[in-house]
Write a protein that binds this ligand. Sequence first.
Ligand code: EPZ
Length: 420
Amino acid sequence: MEKIVIEGKTRLKGTVEISGAKNAAVAILPATILVNGISTIENVPNISDIETYCEILKTLGVKIKKLAEHTLEIDTRNIESVEAPLDLTSKFRASYYLTGALLGRCKHAIVGMPGGCKLGARPMDQHIKAFEALGATTDTEQGKIEVKAKRLIGNSIYLDIVSVGATINAMLVSVLAEGITTIENAAKEPHIVDLANFLNKMGANIVGAGTDRIRVQGVKELKKNETYSVVPDQIEAGTFMLAAVATRGDITIKNCITKHLESVTAKIIEMGANVEDIEGEAIRVTCNKRPNKVNIKTLPYPGFPTDLQPQMGVAMSIAEGTSIINESIWDSRFQYTEELNRMGAKITSQGKVAFFEGVEKLVGAPVYATDLRAGAALVIAGITAEGTTQIYNVEHIDRGYEHIEEKFIKLGAKIKRVKE
Ligand code: EPZ
């Protein structure tokens, strides 16, 4: 077992480079199945969710060569199995993209139910609606979902709820289908656009990604031997922006797309931070004072991302006055507040609303990462706090943050990983 130990209290200063986006990479890797050839994917983050994805793809017959730390060559010519085992798929959420990708390519998929962060109910009804709209039958029994179709024929899909996963699965299943598929009320996150860019580079015909109406004209096959580079991680960049606010620091965040960070930028300016947009590709956040209170409601993109809600919660815990978070995406994303309260925060939550009565300082304590973003929030809290913080369950953090200690050490944090 490993834990992260942090000696606070540090004002973070310096430059950090953002890695490729986890939530784009975990969609692009299974999408290579549709290529039926070799694809080279660059800027792939070095995180455990990617390792797990590679393991699953290998069980299907996919050959993967690591050409460099962030570059994978993926050969999907020989798919030997359409069955992805539950022991691997249950390790994370994005394994559900195998269903759309295998159905699109092989007209058949048996995929163990996904796992991932425990954020409340995570149904798949909208994914199934998309598969069935194109002519597939689905069966969800014994911890797995089986989908099959004789033919996949384009159709109009109206998503009842804005869902990242269902939008991506609808795109995956329609790329090689016959005719035109339209996805209405689609999610607009940067990773949706990145997947569409990847698929279009491979010869797909997708328009409208990034709007709420995506139109996919099915093609017979995709191009082989293409190279694609994953978009920078919006959530990792936002995590460092909020770390600058919470630690009253001065951080320049390089290799990000500042347009993706507008909702966070607006809120931290309201909190009293200075934000400098450097040519759309880097952002400098400085904060010289105790942050002001602020209220947020998490929303699908371009709203404030739920995946930055816990990190924002840390900045709010030490802000002047009482801040309110209204979590509109997940039923249960305030588990981290109990951990912050152990560090001296004063947070009360009721259902999907939490009240953060700002305190002057946090104090180090042993805490547990309840999920990926909660873990990142606790790292920021530990750096902000006086004394020593020990964070347990760090495997959650490793699922989505590359070299997290190294990146924070470069900014001046006193943070180390200890084996127990
Ligand atoms: C993606 O999850 C992300 N995961 C999550 O990030 C992120 O929190 C979430 O989108 C929202 O932005 C990946 O990209 C791998 P949804 P996803 O389908 O696709 C409901 C992280 O920390 N819903 O957009 O599973 C659902 O219950 C992770 O990186 C249905 O009702 O989220 C939720 O309330 C955590 N039926 C809402 O939609 C469905 O069929 C949005 O979920 C599907 C979803």
